[in-house]
Design a protein around this ligand. Structure first.
Ligand SMILES: O=C(O)c1ccccc1N[C@@H]1O[C@H](COP(=O)(O)O)[C@@H](O)[C@H]1O
Length: 216
């Protein structure tokens, strides 16, 4: 199956369109006020409205109170929710939207056991555990900790960029990869050439560098 790409931490319409142009499958909008990539409702609506069909808009949340999230969803037509905090399965359910759960992987962790309670998630995003930070750290984790042969879609994140994503894909065989800092010019501002190089590296990794246009 083709490995999908999500470009996260989009704050500008032009960066969303650069991701679409490069062939990304999804863009992510960070609704976490303490992030340098946080977007307002107005920014988010403008970005989502600029997307063509078949490109998924993903909203990223960190322990947002339920009522606040419900109010936000009434304003921003997001396709998919990404819970990146300490949300329980019950916290993630009941929003009339599918969700993915982000888990931050610690050294030596039994990732299969950690993901098991999130049976209602459409996929599990694996990011790097860094004390005191919920995500977007630019740090990679030990990919050998990703359980193999699980039937659930795994989205690999954490410190990916055009230089390492191919080896990550070959080792982990994820459903999708997710990048934020690795395609930025500065925090919250994407670099279109880095986005293109990242998506190209994802495509090439699936055909050993010689796709001949067959994958994307
Ligand atoms: O990007 C952020 O600021 C952020 C804040 C809080 C939680 C998650 C955040 N980002 C997500 O973290 C992963 C990995 O990012 P990176 O590629 O290592 O920079 C990705 O899903 C980001 O969107």
């Amino acid at each position: 199956m083709r490995v999908r790409s999500k470009i996260c931490g989009i704050t500008r319409v032009e960066d969303a369109l650069a991701a679409v142009e490069a062939g990304a499958d999804a863009i992510g909008l960070v609704f976490y006020a303490r992030s340098p990539r946080a977007v307002s409702v107005e920014q988010a609506v403008a970005i989502v409205r600029a997307l063509p069909p078949f490109v998924t808009s993903v909203g990223l949340f960190v322990n947002m109170p339920r009522e606040q999230l419900q109010a936000l969803l009434a304003q921003v037509p997001l396709d998919l929710l990404q819970f990146h905090g300490d949300e329980s399965p019950a916290d993630c359910e009941g929003f009339a939207r599918p969700y993915i759960k982000a888990l931050r992987v610690r050294a030596g962790e039994d990732v299969a056991a950690t993901m098991a309670p999130y049976a209602s998630a459409r996929g599990i995003l694996l990011d790097t555990f860094v004390e005191g930070l919920p995500g977007g750290t630019g740090a990679a984790f030990d990919w050998s900790l990703v359980p193999q042969g699980v039937s659930r879609p795994i989205i690999l994140a954490g410190g990916l960029d055009a230089s390492n994503v191919a080896s990550a894909i070959r080792q982990v065989r994820p459903y999708a990869v997710d990048v934020s800092g690795g395609v930025e010019a500065s925090k919250g501002i994407k670099d279109a050439s880095k986005i293109r190089a990242f998506v190209r590296a994802v495509v090439d990794a699936q055909c050993d560098g010689d796709c001949g246009g067959a994958v994307n």
